[in-house]
Design a binder for this molecule. Structure first.
Ligand code: SF4
Length: 360
């Protein structure tokens, strides 16, 4: 066995940045993925947790250079779900035994938006109590807003840093987007008691394997409970995506890098939840299943009504745009069974790292 894989297998946090980089550069990934899957089995067992994803709306006050719903993209039709629609979709996911939902939208900071989310959280709580895990993904907010949403019933918050390199972050965002504020928000979420998640894009223009190795160290420094990362996929209506062609070679490279990041992150952190994101499936029909076999333990099927899905594309080629939620549920069930795994129906699937109170 590769000595670095052996070193990482039994205890977390054992590898140096150089060793993480070395694992990320492996061409033959079979042993790496097998070891990461073994660690996943040890900490989360045989089983995949679901997060029913509800995309509340695509208005955003930010202008990230890679994102298809950035505020300067005037080609995208904007929408906002009603409170009743969001609650109905969450109830459907609950009744279908998804165990958890993710409420996600572009970033909006206003009292009106804060109250809107609070009302939704309280209504979900009336029928689901503590039996439905709720993750929020609404970007940077003040500490007071995070606290109000926690008190209204949220359990988890996902705020992707996208890269832990300040230099690369500055190339991906306009000057008024603050890397420091994003990091501070993550620390605040952790301190308030959220199960806290973040993640990065892999294979960005100008990104090195050293950057990715540092991202994995960053996950530990922030003491994250959940990781959601995916390969970078270009969107042609964005400054970053123009001129990048999604050839089959490019897709294969991005997929492999994304899978390696999952595996190496699992081998370094051990007991966190890691999502096999939809971006993997955009590159290969069985991308998410490959992600699960490389150490991921969470899948986020879309439960948003089909009519809205085309308007929420952070990248192009997003899969399942024309599917409805019931079809997605059935499809996922068989996909997960096909790799010898099973779905943890009706369970929240809290990250073991958080359950252990494994904070610094
Ligand atoms: S990545 Fe998020 S914050 Fe940035 S433009 Fe897209 S939706 Fe807005």
């Amino acid at each position: 066995m590769n000595p670095l894989i052996r070193k990482a297998l039994n205890k977390p946090y054992r590898l140096s940045p150089e060793e993480l980089r070395e694992l990320l550069s492996l061409e033959d990934t079979e042993e790496l993925f097998r070891a990461a899957y073994e660690v996943k089995l040890r900490h989360t067992g045989k089983g995949v947790s679901l997060r029913g994803l509800i995309e509340l709306g695509n208005y955003c006050c930010k202008d990230c250079y890679y994102c298809g719903i950035r505020k300067s993209n005037f080609r995208v039709g904007r929408y906002r779900l009603s409170e009743d629609d969001v609650v109905r979709m969450a109830q459907w996911a609950y009744e279908q035994e998804y165990g958890s939902v993710v409420l996600q939208s572009g970033e909006l900071e206003s009292e009106k938006n804060t109250v809107f989310i609070e009302r939704i959280l309280r209504r979900i709580h009336t029928f689901a109590g503590e039996n439905l895990g709720i993750t929020l993904c609404f970007g940077e907010q003040t500490e007071e807003v995070y606290r109000r949403w926690l008190e209204a019933g949220a359990h988890r918050y996902l705020l992707r840093i996208e890269t832990s390199s300040p230099e690369l972050y500055a190339k991906l965002h306009p000057a008024n987007h603050s890397f420091e504020r994003r990091k501070e928000c993550l620390r605040t979420l952790k301190r308030l008691g959220y199960q806290t998640g973040s993640g990065v894009m892999c294979g960005l223009p100008g990104q090195t394997l050293e950057d990715l190795a540092h991202d994995i160290i960053f996950f530990r420094e922030v003491d994250l409970d959940m990781i959601g990362m995916g390969p970078y996929l270009p969107h042609h209506d964005t400054p970053l995506g123009q001129g990048i062609e999604l050839t089959s070679e490019y897709a294969a490279h991005q997929l492999k890098l994304g899978l390696k990041m999952i595996a190496v992150t699992r081998l370094y952190l051990h007991d966190v939840n890691i999502a096999a994101t939809t971006a993997l499936q955009a590159l290969d029909d069985r991308g998410r299943e490959q992600g699960l076999l490389a150490g991921a333990n969470v899948i986020m099927p879309n439960v948003t009504d089909t009519e809205y899905r085309r308007s929420y594309q952070l990248y192009e080629n997003k899969p399942c745009l024309d599917e409805n939620s019931a079809k997605c549920r059935n499809c996922l069930h068989w996909r997960v069974l096909s790799i010898g795994e099973e779905i943890n129906w009706g369970k929240r699937g809290d990250p073991p790292h958080f359950r252990k109170g494994n904070s610094k």
